[in-house]
Ligand binder design. Structure first.
Ligand code: FES
Length: 166
């Protein structure tokens, strides 16, 4: 499962840890980087590389919400609709965003696999709602116009990356 590049990164990373198993988060992050989620082969590859069992690795993945076991879009929009944000209109904003992306109210992934939208609880930016994080970048005090601009920029960035990759 490891590409040559990932294998090199893994070999470079492992000596930085006292034990192989201590590298599990970094190894999972590396394994997830290319397609944004981990399939069974990825999980087994991490387990084999770190002398862990597949069950050990699953237990780590289950604990951290940033690791995913199902395909996602390239950009994951985690939109907070928790109570403090809801009081500032986040729920309505979220539903309008879902509609704009052509997704059902419960969110999901766009047909072009560009965006995954999901509702989350507090991301610690309550005072700047509506807010979301997209692949860990925070976006706060959102308006629909700003959100449209963000989505357009991400689409453009993705297109540029796909045309410049060898
Ligand atoms: S409740 Fe939404 S960021 Fe805290």
């Amino acid at each position: 499962m490891w590409s040559e590049k990932e294998q090199r990164e893994l070999e470079k990373m492992l000596p930085q840890y006292n034990t192989k198993r201590s590298a599990v988060l970094s190894a999972l992050y590396l394994a997830q980087q290319e397609k944004n989620w981990l399939d069974d082969d990825d999980i087994k590859a991490v387990a084999d590389a770190l002398d862990l069992t597949v069950t050990d690795v699953h237990s780590v993945i289950g604990f951290y919400t940033l690791f995913r076991k199902e395909p996602t879009g390239k950009y994951i929009i985690q939109f907070c609709t928790d109570l403090p944000c809801a009081l500032r209109g986040a729920t309505k904003f979220y539903h309008e965003l879902a509609e704009q992306l052509g997704l059902p109210p419960e969110g999901g992934t766009t047909d072009d696999n560009m965006f995954t939208l999901e509702e989350v609880v507090c991301i610690a930016a309550c005072n700047n709602a509506p807010c979301c994080q997209i692949n860990l970048d925070y976006h706060e005090n959102l308006t629909h116009e700003e959100m449209s601009n963000i989505l357009s920029k991400l689409r453009a960035k993705s297109e540029k990356e796909s045309t410049t990759q060898p």
